[in-house]
Design a protein around this ligand. Structure first.
Ligand code: F6P
Length: 549
């Protein structure tokens, strides 16, 4: 057994779980009218109501003890102090420096990184203002109308999510597009109706070596050169990367390279120059408001006692369901159309960070780690997978994200949206007992035999836990808060599980094998030494491919 599962706090939680298991939240709410007051916290306008969880005050005390015994506070402080907590890559984890809005120096390896951070922010401001004001133009003198971000994973998902969330801040004459998949359909469909004269490409890649991004960038460059000539590249391509040499070798003027640093992990990089598309499309002031939101959450996380610390509470509840109830899945359900991409963004942030089975000392863990994250915007999700959440045989913990106000003045829509948000969390908590079903059906005059037949199907077990996060409005500031909230939640869980949340070696094997298999598909090398499935599939695909060409 690992130190974690042997620890007295873990053991206490294991015993406590046996007491909590039979309790129903419906009864807990009936007995205690102060549950909401007891189990809700606020931070700069965001509310977390976690009262609809299968917890008592004792549960939270024990979970907080667990966090303390796992040194969450100490390791948090080490992260903010620029320590190399990404041990397998020997790097600091310092995305918090990117949104440090105070005068406090942020030190890594004895150097304050803030002057560099501010220099890049200023460069982003100058460039984005030039483009937005029409001072930077395409090679033929026309204004830029479309910004195409070419990147994948952390160099794509956060930017799409943020821009979709802040679409109401977008001008009509400057819009974003994204190319990430190496499937040529993505590139071709994105470029299909674009005018090269008014298009600006951002090649966004931390390493500038990711196969998909480099091929997409090369094909996009050919598309441009074919239409406007080689000279056009300098007016239509900029780069965001940590690798100056590769940017130069690709043919992009390094004066128009926006740098960041190895202490920014890919999935934590939306705050860096990777967010250039955000600055271009909604303006640098809005981008900086997003940084302010991230900073506000950082300050909350850094200074609030664990008992009232929003990311810590969310992390601990995740541990409670994952490790003690044994649930493997967590759903994130934003009730705001602008946040539709948020669950997908979180999938990378959470699953690439905490999808690990080896602890920091190199041993396999004997407990479960990061959950499977999925989700979609309500109310649409209610009409797709909510049936399973209410009555399925799997248990899923859930975050509902509600937004009190809308950017559009159709009040009736907002009222219906919010009432659905409230109805779902209430239904999931209370359920509907068989006695209630029978009473309801007989009040409608249904014959007893039919009631007997229908009652079990129409019964809802309830007792399904949900967190309710409520934002005043989707703004750059609240988006910043929300992203940082989940980043810190993931961080705290990684600390408790004693894993490195900041590497991603698991993605490497597939990349390596794809490189080896490419020449076998093109016929440059013979198909030898493969397992029979891979060999069979290779041969079959090669045959089909030939037929199609
Ligand atoms: O998916 C693996 C990964 O390394 C991610 O962590 C990263 O966000 C993505 O690839 C893209 O990497 P890069 O920005 O270097 O192109």
């Amino acid at each position: 057994m690992s130190e974690l599962t042997q620890s007295p706090t873990w053991q206490a939680l294991t015993d406590h779980f046996e007491q909590i298991k039979p309790l129903h939240m419906r009864d807990m709410f009936d007995k205690d009218p102060n549950r909401f007051e007891k189990f809700s916290v606020r931070s700069s306008g965001i509310l977390l109501d976690y009262s609809k969880n299968r917890i008592t005050s004792e549960t939270m005390t024990l979970l907080t003890d667990l966090a303390r015994s796992c040194q969450v506070e100490e390791i948090r402080d080490r992260m903010f102090a620029g320590a190399h907590i990404n041990s397998t890559e020997d790097r600091a984890v310092f995305h918090v420096a990117l949104r440090n809005r105070s005068e406090r120096p942020m030190m890594v390896d004895g150097k304050d990184v803030m002057p560099d951070v501010r220099r890049v922010l200023n460069k982003m401001r100058r460039f984005s203002e030039d483009v937005r004001k029409g001072h930077w133009r395409g090679i033929t003198g026309r204004h830029i109308k479309t910004v195409v971000n070419i990147g994948i994973g952390g160099s794509d998902l956060g930017v799409i999510m943020a821009l979709q969330s802040m679409r109401s801040y977008q001008r009509d004459d400057l819009s974003p597009r994204f190319i990430s998949n190496v499937d040529s359909s993505h590139l071709m469909e994105t470029l299909r109706d674009l005018d090269p004269e008014t298009t600006l490409f951002i090649v966004a890649s931390k390493t500038f070596s990711t196969q998909e991004t480099m091929l997409n960038a090369t094909s996009a460059r050919s598309w441009l050169v074919k239409r406007l000539g080689r000279e056009a590249v300098r007016k239509h391509f900029v780069a965001v990367s940590t690798n100056k040499k590769r940017v130069h070798d690709f043919g992009i003027d390094t004066d128009y390279m926006f740098p960041f640093w190895d202490w920014v992990g890919g999935r934590y990089s939306t705050w860096s120059a990777i967010g250039l598309a955000i600055a271009l499309v909604i303006g640098m002031d809005k981008f900086e408001e997003m940084l302010e939101g991230g900073y506000a959450m950082d300050e909350h996380f850094r200074t609030t006692p664990l008992e009232n610390n929003m990311p810590v509470i969310m992390a601990l509840l995740g541990v409670w369901y994952s490790n003690f109830f044994g649930w493997s899945t967590h759903a994130v359900l934003p009730y705001d159309q602008y946040l539709t991409r948020f669950p997908q963004f979180l999938q990378q942030m959470d699953m690439e960070s905490n999808g690990k089975r080896i602890d920091l000392q190199g041993r396999p863990v004997d407990y479960t780690t990061g959950p499977i994250i999925f989700g979609h915007a309500g109310t649409n999700a209610q009409h797709s997978f909510f049936q399973l959440l209410h009555q399925g045989s799997w248990n899923v913990s859930m975050d509902f994200i509600g937004v009190a106000n809308n950017h559009h003045p159709l009040r009736e829509h907002q009222t219906i949206l919010l009432s659905n948000f409230l109805a779902q969390t209430k239904a999931l908590m209370r359920g509907k007992t068989e006695a209630e079903v029978r009473k309801e059906l007989s009040a409608k005059g249904m014959p007893p035999a039919k009631i007997d037949m229908l009652a079990p199907h129409r019964t809802f077990p309830g007792n399904k836990p949900t967190n309710s996060l409520v934002l005043p409005l989707v703004t750059p500031f609240t988006i910043g808060q929300l992203i940082a909230l989940y980043e810190h939640k993931v961080f705290v869980q990684g600390v408790i599980w004693n894993i490195n949340s900041f590497d991603q070696w698991g993605v490497e094997l597939g990349k390596e094998l794809a490189r080896d298999l490419t020449p076998k598909l093109t016929g440059e090398v013979p198909i030898m030494g493969e397992d029979s499935s891979t060999e069979g599939l290779l041969n079959y695909m090669k045959r089909l491919k030939k037929e199609f060409i």
